[in-house]
Design a protein around this ligand. Structure first.
Ligand code: ZN
Ligand code: ZN
Length: 325
């Protein structure tokens, strides 16, 4: 049995590196450790159709405790700036929902690893805009796909990505509270970020290392060859993560089962327990005391009534063992 204060003592170290410059994330983390539950904060990615604040209605409907959104149309380069009224409405809806984690996912169009100067410049501008928007909305985390080297090779791609990431941080100089989380990828084609070593390279070479963390996608990493479906594989995966990147960098999870096999390098999300990871894998993650107050969001297929999210969240909660709180 762990008390709330023990929880903070044992787990806050994962956030300590960034506690100082990401006070909002740290405050939310502490408040979540105090909520007297040892279950991670389960939630989902929600649509912002009808306005950014609408995402909170949707997450409330599925009883989610963490949320991910796009802060703009993810398939368009140009978007109008955020209006004051929009920001106000968003903050109000967030407050009503509670002291819970929200993250933004960046646009799918942005590839910071591209060596082409023109494409690079456009990506840097768009990514700086993503950081700024998250800053205006007071969202602590911006989750990004590390991008694709498009034939230049992994090393060159990582160098380019790190350089462009730093340029974007410089450009978005006012939004200093936003932390960027590099998402683990399946490694399809020339996509970067499928090996922990690649993420560690970016983190250690960036001038803004203290503002970088990792978002762990269960489907992507499984497709990349990290097997969390077995006890042995799970333990090896997170001990590798700890020694290569450090668990204090791990801030957020995407919970998706994988339609494709271990090491397939193909990114196809499946409903929890329906794919190749299976319930054993998710049970281990949900009962891992290291992730007791971490936000974990679903990115699984769903219809407008969000029935699938409700079912997936119910299933995930049922996997938590009863005797650990
Ligand atoms: Zn993801
Ligand atoms: Zn994916």
């Amino acid at each position: 049995m762990q008390t709330a204060s023990q929880n903070i003592k044992n787990n806050c170290c994962f956030f300590s590196k960034t506690c100082t410059n990401n006070k909002r994330a740290a405050a939310i983390h502490v408040s979540n450790l105090l909520r007297n539950s040892t279950l991670p904060l389960l939630g989902a990615h929600m649509s912002v159709e009808g306005g950014l604040h609408k995402a909170f209605e949707r997450i409330t409907l599925v009883k989610g405790e963490s949320l991910q959104i796009f802060s703009k149309n993810q398939r368009q380069w140009e978007v109008p700036p955020l209006r004051d009224s929009e920001i106000k409405q968003f903050k109000k809806a967030w407050e009503q929902w509670g002291q819970k984690h929200v993250a933004v996912h960046d646009s799918y169009l942005i590839n910071l690893a591209n060596s082409d100067a023109q494409k690079s410049n456009r990506a840097v501008g768009a990514f700086a805009e993503e950081i700024n928007r998250a800053g205006l909305l007071t969202i602590p985390y911006l989750i990004m796909h590390p991008g694709s080297h498009v034939g230049a090779g992994i090393e060159q791609g990582l160098k380019q990505l790190t350089k462009n990431l730093d340029r974007a941080f410089e450009k978005a100089a006012e939004a200093t509270a936003v932390m960027v989380l590099l998402e683990t990828t399946a490694g399809q084609g020339t996509v970067l970020g499928s090996r922990f070593e690649e993420l560690a390279y970016i983190i250690s070479h960036s001038k803004y290392s203290d503002r970088l963390g990792v978002c762990y996608d269960t489907c992507h990493t499984f497709a990349a060859g990290y097997d969390i479906s077995t006890k042995k594989g799970y333990s090896k995966t997170f001990s590798d993560f700890e020694s290569i990147i450090g668990l204090d960098r791990l801030k957020f999870f995407h919970l998706n089962d994988s339609k494709k096999e271990l090491g397939s390098r193909v990114d196809r999300h499946d409903h929890i327990g329906k794919g190749k990871i299976g319930l054993t894998g998710f049970r281990q993650l949900l009962n891992d005391p290291r992730f007791v107050a971490h936000p974990m969001v679903l990115e699984t297929p769903k219809e407008k009534d969000l029935k699938e999210d409700i079912e997936n969240l119910k299933l995930l909660r049922s996997l938590a063992t009863k005797n650990k709180s």
